[in-house]
Design a protein around this ligand. Structure first.
Ligand SMILES: NC(=O)c1ccc[n+]([C@@H]2O[C@H](COP(=O)([O-])OP(=O)(O)OC[C@H]3O[C@@H](n4cnc5c(N)ncnc54)[C@H](O)[C@@H]3O)[C@@H](O)[C@H]2O)c1
Length: 355
C-alpha cells in the first residue's frame, strides 16, 4: 500500500503550510490538516484554491482526543506528519506550561490515538502506516566551536521549548519500542523562508528594518545557527515519510552556519539593494542594529551533519543561504498584506527576537 492520505498537524504554521503547499502543487496526496490556529497559525499561508479537493481543514487542538479520534475514523489516513507545537523559545521562557501541554501531552494523545487506529488496520495498511514526528536540533543542546549534531547525539535540551520537544521525541521512540508503532523522527536545524511568523529572527529583522525600528540582537550576536530554506525542509520531510526507515531518526540541516549578527547584517545589505528607498535617514538599515541583554540559557551553536539523509535518500538542499535569503527578503517585500494583517493584530513586534 502506498501513502495517499496524510493527516498533518500544525498545517497552518510556517513549516506545515510549506509542506502542504508543496504537496498540493507537486503530488496527488490528500491532506487532512488539523490545526488549533493559535497566534502562530494562519490559513492565509496555505494559498488555498477553493476548488482543490485534496485539502481538508479541521479546526482542532491536538489535545482534544475525541476530535482527533473522529478525524482518524472519518478520513482513514495512511500516515501522520506531526508538526503542531508551541515553537518559540522566548515564549517558552515566559510561559513554559503551554509548551508541556501541546508538545508533550498533545504528542502523547496523538500517539495513543494513532496506536489505537493503526492496531485495527488490515495487515497491508498496517505495514505501510507511518507516524512521522517533526522535531528540532535544539533537543541536542549547544555545540562547542567544533563538531556537528547527528542522529546519535545525546539529548541535552537547555530551554523549556527544547526540553518539551526532547520529551516528545522520547515518547515517539517509546511508542515504537513498546507498541511497534511505525514511527520516524526528523531533527532539523533552523528554518527560514516565506510565511514565517514575524517573531523569529529573520522576518523579525526584515520587518523591523522596513519599519525603521531598532533591530535588537541578543548579546554580541555571536550565536551560530545552521540555516535551512523551508522549502528544502518540506522536500526532505516528504522524502523521509515515503522512503525513510521505520524506527530511525534523520538529522536535516543546511550546512549553512551563520552568526546571528551576520544574518542581520546580510539582511540589511540585501534591503539596501532591494528597497533603498525605505532605508532610515542615517543611510543604512544596519544602523538600526542594537545589542540587547542576552537570553538566559542561550545556546551558543547548532550545526547538523546531514550525511545520512543525503546519502541514503539522496536529498540535498537546493538553496544556499544567499539565494534563500534573497528569496525570503523579496517575499516579505512583495507580501506586505500577509504580515500587515499579523502586525495589526495582537502581535506588534514588541518581543525580543530569536532564531
Ligand atoms: N521553525 C524552525 O526553525 C523549526 C526547526 C526544526 C523543527 N521545527 C519543528 O517543526 C514544527 C513546526 O514548526 P513551525 O516553525 O512551523 O511552527 P509554527 O509555530 O509556525 O506553527 C505551529 C503550528 O501548530 C499549531 N498548533 C500549536 N499548538 C497546537 C495544538 N495544541 N493543536 C493543534 N495545533 C496547534 C499552530 O496554530 C501553528 O499553526 C514544530 O514541531 C517545531 O518544533 C521547527
Amino acid at each position: 500500500m502506498s501513502i495517499k492520505t496524510i493527516l498533518i498537524t500544525g498545517g497552518a504554521g510556517f513549516i506545515g503550510s510549506t509542506v502542504i503547499r508543496h504537496a498540493l502543487k507537486h503530488t496527488h496526496l490528500r491532506i487532512i490538516n488539523i490545526d488549533a490556529l493559535t497566534y502562530a497559525g494562519n490559513l492565509a499561508s496555505l494559498e488555498l484554491d477553493p476548488k482543490n479537493q485534496n485539502h481538508t481543514f479541521i479546526h482542532a487542538n491536538i489535545c482534544q482526543q475525541d476530535l482527533i479520534q473522529k478525524a482518524f475514523d472519518t478520513y482513514q489516513p495512511d500516515a501522520i506528519m506531526h508538526l503542531a507545537a508551541e515553537s518559540h523559545v522566548d515564549r517558552s521562557i515566559s510561559a513554559p506550561l503551554e509548551f508541556l501541554t501541546t508538545n508533550v501531552m498533545g504528542t502523547g494523545i496523538l500517539l495513543e490515538t494513532s496506536r489505537d487506529y493503526w492496531s485495527n488496520l488490515p495487515p497491508d495498511r498496517k505495514a505501510s502506516f507511518r507516524f512521522h514526528h517533526i522535531s528540532t536540533d535544539e533537543v541536542f543542546g549547544s555545540l562547542p566551536e567544533k563538531g556537528l549534531f547527528h542522529e546519535e547525539s545525546p539529548y541535552q535540551p537547555n530551554s523549556p521549548y527544547s526540553a518539551s520537544k526532547a520529551a516528545s521525541d522520547h515518547l515517539v521512540r517509546s511508542w515504537h519500542k513498546t507498541y511497534e508503532l511505525p514511527i520516524i523522527i526528523t531533527n532539523c536545524s533552523n528554518n527560514y523562508g516565506p510565511y514565517q511568523f514575524p517573531e523569529k529572527l529573520i522576518p523579525f529583522t526584515i520587518l523591523n528594518a522596513l519599519r525603521g525600528n531598532p533591530i535588537p540582537i541578543y548579546g554580541k550576536g555571536e550565536q551560530i545557527r545552521d540555516w535551512l530554506y523551508v522549502e528544502d525542509h518540506a522536500r526532505a520531510l516528504l522524502d523521509v515519510l515515503h522512503n525513510g526507515i521505520v524506527g530511525e531518526t534523520y538529522a536535516i540541516g543546511g550546512r549553512s552556519e551563520k552568526q546571528n549578527i551576520v544574518v542581520a547584517q546580510d539582511i540589511c545589505n540585501l534591503l539596501m539593494e532591494l528597497a533603498p528607498e525605505k532605508a532610515p535617514s542615517s543611510g543604512h538599515y544596519a544602523d538600526l542594529i542594537t545589542h540587547v541583554t542576552d537570553r538566559p540559557g542561550h545556546d551558543t551553536r547548532y550545526a547538523i551533519n546531514s550525511d545520512k539523509i543525503e546519502e541514503t535518500l539522496h536529498w540535498k538542499p537546493q538553496e544556499n543561504f544567499k539565494s534563500g535569503l534573497t528569496k525570503t527578503v523579496q517575499w516579505y517585500l512583495q507580501n506586505q498584506q500577509w504580515w500587515d494583517n499579523i502586525l495589526s493584530g495582537k502581535y506588534r513586534l514588541a518581543r525580543p527576537q530569536t532564531e
